[in-house]
Design a protein around this ligand. Structure first.
Ligand SMILES: Nc1ncnc2c1ncn2[C@@H]1O[C@H](COP(=O)(O)OP(=O)(O)OP(=O)(O)O)[C@@H](O)[C@H]1O
Length: 395
């Protein structure tokens, strides 16, 4: 009998995943991980992990499977929390959920599971695993969940073949309502529990509060850039190569205080991200202000009015070679090659038509339609039909 360790989060999805595996005849072990140091969460005077671990325990009892808790808060702090602070400090916007899957659930956690004699690690993610054979070799595929509303493959976009080979996603063929129905039929305590917003990080602690723990406030100015500013209408240079053109299209406009007018003050450019609308506390504009750029060096925030402001849009983005990741290693491009794909630059964004262009020093994603709020530090994933084949960090 194959042994599976299920990451039991105390939520409905992983509860049903555990139930389904048991039904399928696996020997199932439930494992809850504690990610948070108590002193990291007490900022909002909550202790969320205690309630969740208790629910996980109750589900394991109900299903009659062994259950354990592991404390991974040290590793989580080192690999996720510190990275978060560092990225924000440098003006980038990281995605802790993608990192948590690559570094914690399918690494540290997976190693513990394997040391318990497990053949597989299962989670309650809405995605599927496929296999195909190529040149006599077995290749693993990361496929979208059947429930288009809930597809969580984006969060797993950094997994390797090795990690996928040992992963199981038991609820990927189901929709959320079906999962809830199964939980209710089985009388699992998590059947009606609220969704955790799909964020292993921000769901527990509010981001601004969290960032203020380590990043000191530093007052700076908010500038507004008019939609008809000459930076948007300057004539395009003549390009001598496609690479030069893509570099131009992916480039951030270097705003300076002279380009705009002061409309307010902020408490630190490192707290903010491109595309953000809330938290600026600037009133009196005809349309709401959106952040179009932040500059942590000069501690300035640049904004524009309305979600159609030209400063929000770009047609291309760049990924450094060291940050290009192919789940389907067999499809990796060589310099000079291109591939037509569908891409997204954030969780739940509808897939966008784009072309990958691989060059010596990195990869460009060139979109058919200009994209709003392409944000440094976030992940872009690329897809062929319902398969997520690769991803990268936006530079
Ligand atoms: N603290 C944890 N301990 C063990 N596994 C976890 C934990 N948190 C998340 N996981 C695993 O990762 C999966 C995805 O986590 P996420 O936080 O996105 O929750 P979710 O989609 O709301 O799922 P759930 O309803 O199971 O909480 C979970 O289904 C679970 O298998």
């Amino acid at each position: 009998m194959k042994r599976v360790v299920v990451g039991l989060s105390g939520g409905v999805d992983s509860s049903v995943a555990a139930y389904l595996l048991k039904e399928q005849g696996y020997e199932v072990i439930g494992l809850f991980m504690k990610n948070w140091h108590d002193d990291t969460v007490t900022i909002s005077n909550e202790c969320p992990w205690l309630e969740d671990s208790n629910d996980a325990l109750l589900v394991a009892e109900k299903l009659g499977i062994p259950f354990q808790t592991v404390d991974l808060s040290e590793q989580y702090k080192e690999r996720i929390v510190d990275y978060m602070f560092n990225e924000y400090e440098n003006g980038r916007t990281p995605n802790p959920d993608v990192l948590c899957n690559r570094e914690i659930k399918f690494d540290v956690f997976m190693k513990i599971a394997l040391s318990l004699g497990a053949d597989y690690v299962a989670t309650g993610h809405y995605c599927r695993k496929g296999t195909l054979e190529k040149d006599g070799k077995e290749i693993y595929q990361l496929l979208a969940g059947v429930d288009g509303n809930k597809d969580q493959s984006y969060f797993l976009c950094q997994l390797s073949q090795e990690q996928l080979s040992k992963a199981l996603f038991p609820i990927g063929e189901l929709t959320k309502p079906q999962v809830r129905e199964i939980a209710a039929q089985m009388e699992l305590v998590t059947a009606e529990k609220k969704d955790s917003q799909g964020l292993c990080f921000i769901g527990k602690v509010r981001l601004p509060e969290f960032l203020q723990q380590q990043l000191q406030p530093k007052e700076g100015l908010i500038y507004e850039i008019a939609a008809d500013n000459p930076v948007y209408t300057e004539e395009k240079p003549q390009f001598s190569s496609l690479e030069e053109q893509l570099a131009y299209e992916a480039k951030n406009i270097a705003y300076s205080p002279e380009t705009g007018k002061v409309v307010g003050k902020h408490q630190g450019a490192h707290y903010y991200t491109i595309g953000q609308r809330k938290g600026l506390n600037v009133g009196g504009t005809k349309e709401p202000l959106f952040i179009i750029a932040t500059d942590v060096k000069s501690n300035a925030i640049y904004t524009g009015q309305g979600h159609n402001h030209p400063g929000l849009f770009k047609k291309a983005l760049f990924v450094k070679n060291t940050e290009v990741h192919w789940i389907r290693e067999d499809l990796a491009l060589k310099p000079g090659e291109t591939l037509d794909i569908m891409a997204r630059i954030r969780y739940r964004q509808p897939l966008q038509k784009a072309r990958l262009h691989q060059f010596e020093n990195g990869l460009y994603v060139a979109f058919e339609e200009p994209q709003s709020a392409i944000t440094e530090g976030q992940f872009v994933s690329w897809h062929l039909e319902d398969e997520l084949v690769g991803s990268g960090v936006i530079s």
